[in-house]
Design a protein around this ligand. Structure first.
Ligand code: MEV
Length: 423
């Protein structure tokens, strides 16, 4: 049976891990080669952005153990920070013992905005826009007939009067189902082509025509119920609830709490070629939607003594178009995930965010997070001091056990172990 539970995966070499992932996901030899060779070419890169001079590679890891809505997933994560992939895998293992994550997502509706000014009566213009609802929907759908064929397209129109420092303005909002695309291009094209019509019917002047990254109609969430046994004791559960309470009450803690959640979400977004800035903007604006900055997760104890965690946030991600199409590594990452729709990808990302938060809180209320960070940090230091191969692991282990991690100590140990002076 296909399982993401892979004990000892972390002890394998990168190529052994890739082999295991390839077997799990049914990757072809070419797809394995794409991952092995970081296959984004300079020509591809040169078509993605301007003034290209090179490519900046990032480590691509795989989080194991995820069970989401009863299905096993291996999760590709691109990130420079140590411990994030291990933490996600760890939390997913604990969650798995308790039935895994239950995840959900709304339809993939994005909001396009058109700002209208210089109106005689903003309220009257608002009414006029709403009276033209069906025509607006039809006009948007004429711009994107293929999207409509796939079940997407404009679904609704809203109009709001917004009071600004320059007086009242009208904001026309079109809700567009973007199906499997993130939707920025779909929405922005639609808003630009709709703008002259809005000017005609309102008699006003259009300024902005752009999507909103506060994608409140494109939410995803996840839930996990954990037992005392799975988490390592009653004190851990209580600690997590108290840590959560501080994040709820204090924006300084809350920013770090939410940053930890985004560690996981952004890493999956990068691995799958999604727009990480759009996700960050949406997540943090959503966290502050009622005027106070709040945690994106919620933790509480049930009367039976179980810990229940939930997460909810806007997750505007795609599996077609943009970098997901151009970057070959992103395409293979999507194959490893085996997702069929953008909605499914957003559910996975919600579960990863919740797992990341669980792992961070658990570490913080027990041994702290530094120990987890230290082993990789020590390996980097050993390599910087000139160690190669298994000497890196040996020197790192000694430095961690001595609680003395530094280039000078690494050089001393290298000299001692090899009988040669380090460079
Ligand atoms: C570090 O990248 C993330 C954490 O600080 C998150 C948290 O404090 O909840 C560990």
């Amino acid at each position: 049976m296909r399982t993401s539970r892979m004990p000892g995966f972390y002890r394998l070499s990168p190529s052994e891990r890739l082999k295991a992932v390839a077997e799990f996901a049914g990757l072809s030899d070419e797809e394995v080669e794409v991952i092995r060779s970081c296959a984004l070419s300079i020509e591809d890169a040169n078509r993605m952005i301007e003034n290209v001079i090179g490519i900046l590679p990032l480590p691509l890891g795989v989080a194991t153990n995820f069970l989401i809505n009863g299905r096993d997933y291996l999760i590709p994560m691109a990130i420079e920070e140590p411990s994030v992939v291990a933490a996600a895998s760890n939390a997913a293992r604990m969650a798995r013992e308790c039935g895994g994550f239950k995840a959900w997502a709304t339809d993939p509706l994005m909001i396009g905005q058109i700002q209208v000014v210089k109106l005689e009566s903003t309220e009257q213009a608002r009414q006029i826009v709403l009276e033209h609802r069906d025509e607006i929907i039809n006009r948007v759908n004429e711009v994107h007939p293929r999207l409509v064929k796939r079940g997407g397209g404009a679904k609704d129109v809203r109009a709001r009067v917004v009071n600004t420092s320059h007086g009242d303005m009208l904001v026309v909002e079109v809700l567009i189902d973007c199906r499997d695309a993130m939707g920025a291009n779909i929405v922005n094209t639609a808003m630009e082509s709709l703008a002259p019509f809005i000017e005609r019917i309102t008699g006003g002047r259009v300024i902005l025509r752009i999507l909103s990254n506060l994608a409140t109609e494109r939410l995803a969430g996840a839930k996990v119920v954990l037992t005392e046994e799975a988490l390592g004791g009653r004190e851990v559960l209580e600690g997590i609830v108290l840590a959560y309470a501080l994040a709820e009450a204090d924006p300084y803690r809350c920013a770090t709490h939410n940053k930890g959640i985004m560690n996981g979400i952004v890493a999956v977004a990068l691995a799958t070629g999604n727009d990480t800035r759009a996700l960050e903007a949406g997540a943090h604006a959503y966290a502050a939607r009622d005027g106070r900055y709040r945690p994106l997760t919620h933790w509480e104890l049930t009367s039976e003594g179980k810990l229940v965690g939930t997460i909810e946030l806007p997750l505007a991600v795609g599996i077609v178009g943009g970098a997901t199409r151009v970057n070959p590594v992103a395409r293979v990452s999507l194959k490893i995930l085996g997702v069929e729709t953008a909605r499914e990808l957003s559910q996975i990302m919600a579960a990863v965010g919740l797992a990341q938060n669980l792992a961070a809180l658990r570490a913080l209320v027990t041994e702290g997070i530094q120990r987890g960070h230290m082993s990789l940090h020590a390996k980097n230091i050993a390599a910087t001091a000139g160690a190669r191969g298994e000497l890196i692991d040996i020197i790192a282990e000694i430095m961690v056990s001595e609680k003395n991690i530094g280039v000078e100590r690494a050089k001393e140990l290298l000299a001692k172990l090899t009988g040669k002076q380090a460079p």
